[in-house]
Write a protein that binds this ligand. Sequence first.
Ligand code: FEO
Length: 389
Amino acid sequence: MKTRTIRPNVHWLGAVDWDRRLFDSLIPLPDGTSYNAYLVAGSEKTALLDTVDPPMWEVLERQLREVPRLDYLVAHHAEQDHSGSIPRVLEKYPDAVVICSTKAKSMLVDLLCIPEARVRTVADGETLSLGGKTLEFIYTPWVHWPETMVTYLREDRMLFSCDFFGSHLATTDLYVTDEGRVYEAAKRYYAEIMMPFRTIIRKNLDKVEAKQIDVIAPSHGPMYNRPAFIIDAYRDWTGEKCKNELVLVYISMHGSVRTMVEYFVSALAERRVTVHLFNLAVTDIGKLAIALVDAATLVVGTPTVHVGPHPLIFHATALANALRPKVKYASVIGSYGWSTKAIETIAGLIPSLKVEILPTVLCKGFPRETDFAALDALAGVVAEKHAAL
Ligand code: FEO
């Protein structure tokens, strides 16, 4: 992709990664991603904001052939998908200086072996004039590392937000054209890396909303020329209010748990509770993370394997525990053959979730009428709790 002009002397650079399907060797990327960098040229100085993932360096290098001089390289975030090509840029422009937050400096030095002398830190709220273009640096910690900051370009009322407000989406569109599609991608991104920090993110939202913003330019996915779309979404996702939704993750080996799950889903639907059902044998964990953003209740369905839950339950509960969604209630349903400690084990796997534990339903062998009655009762409790949200 060639350099694209956004405003006079403000340009999009970077790479669209159509083929990437996994991030951090963990997170599925069904729609690829992009690594956006931006070039701001003032009458006196020129700054590059972020770089690209190192495998995409050649794309950025071709774009930079049109840039004879670079004075500053703003590093909003030390993670390598944005910072990884900084050493190559510094090599290309021997006089360029890296600009970053105080916390980012040691991280950039540690991760990329950049000489400390090439790095200059800026304080929260500090400005840098390029000549007719003023960069204002705003600390926004924990979106999603401790060192993250964003840049506000005063004259053009643009916010360069790096991961904050980003979406993993490969597209030729410079701006959001399909809000529904970007909403899903941005929510997936929020759920996977931002959700554990939602309290502090609310404070960051206050800071950026104090600015007059015409365009939000993230470092993944398209830019927002209607900033309220993504800011409102973040307000909703980071808010305390849960929705009348239940996430049910389960695995079944011989059909007992599947039978319980099918009955329970039907009982919840009768009571108008929205269910997001995930069979862990085929689940995209990004979809599971998205569902956890709004859900009021998490229920785990498991057979008993060697007295404890099925091994796939460990993965799913570890993920839920790490993402710290605002879920308020939890329960376990499942089956066992002769003995089980599945409930106690699962409870110990989610210490970070501040949940009220609802009644659990465990059946010996295949479920019978008393088990179905217990599932009906549990569905009733869930509906009652959700009605009071
Ligand atoms: Fe897009 Fe946290 O890196």
